[in-house]
Design a protein around this ligand. Structure first.
Ligand code: 21W
Length: 221
């Protein structure tokens, strides 16, 4: 899979994508990731990428020319062009699974007060948000999407990680887990987990998952 990212903050991408499973996927050739600086597609003397909104109002908008030029130079016919903005549909695991099936993504990170609407109309295939909170720009959301999608690429997870994954794909929150020691600062691990009764343990875990989900995320039930 190839993922291009268009951003005003390319330096933010050094680090998070050079660790762990994403690093391994890149080294293995499963993911070809390229970060592009939007400013390099601005051709005026001041490398202008934004301007004031017609009609007035606060903040600055990303202007069309640099983004059109960048997308036209980076995207092919089959590329899925995705804007990151708080006005997008909310990203989730189903969207991650859908994106993991696509050969080429181009993630366009927003900033300021948003995009000139013609960028949406003409260039974007989709627009994604991380949820109802305000960030300073779309760089972290782009990295979140890359992380969530990369681990779904065939071969990205080791055997152990994949097996672990399957045992958690029941749509409930995780049950409480413990490791040694069996007692720590007076806090004891639930007796059933030390009992060796596998059916009892499975029953306890399911019950705990349900209780926790009902309490914290009733929308999942
Ligand atoms: C924050 C851009 C607020 C635009 C009309 C006029 C990408 C993001 C972002 C940002 C506004 C994501 C307004 C969750 C996020 C992102 C920067 C809108 C108000 N509307 N997911 N003025 N949260 N954020 N400004 O902030 O680019 S995905």
């Amino acid at each position: 899979m190839k993922i291009d990212v268009l951003t005003l903050f390319p330096a933010m991408f050094a680090g998070p994508l050079d660790e762990s499973i994403v690093k391994r996927a890149r080294q293995a050739g499963l993911l070809d990731l390229r970060i592009h600086n939007l400013r390099e597609y601005a051709h005026d003397r001041h490398k202008t990428v934004d301007d004031r909104p017609f009609g007035g109002g606060p903040g600055m908008l990303l202007k069309p020319e640099p983004i059109f030029e960048a997308v036209e130079s980076l995207a092919r016919e089959q590329t899925r062009v995705i804007l990151l903005s708080p006005a997008g549909r909310v990203f989730n695991q189903a969207i991650a699974r859908e994106l993991a099936l696509i050969d080429e993504l181009l993630l366009v990170s927003g900033h300021y007060e948003g995009f000139d609407e013609r960028i949406r109309e003409q260039l974007a295939d989709d627009e994604l948000s991380m949820g109802d909170f305000v960030l300073t720009n779309g760089a972290l959301p782009a990295m979140v999407i890359i992380d969530a999608v990369t681990r779904l690429l065939p071969g990205a997870l080791g055997d152990e990680e994949s097996a672990h994954e399957e045992s958690f794909s029941h749509g409930l929150l995780e049950y409480p887990q413990y490791t040694r020691p069996a007692e720590f600062r007076g806090m004891k691990v639930p007796e059933v987990l030390l009992s060796g009764h596998h059916a009892e343990i499975a029953k306890w875990r399911t019950e705990q998952s349900r209780r926790r989900t009902a309490e914290r995320r009733p929308d999942l039930l």
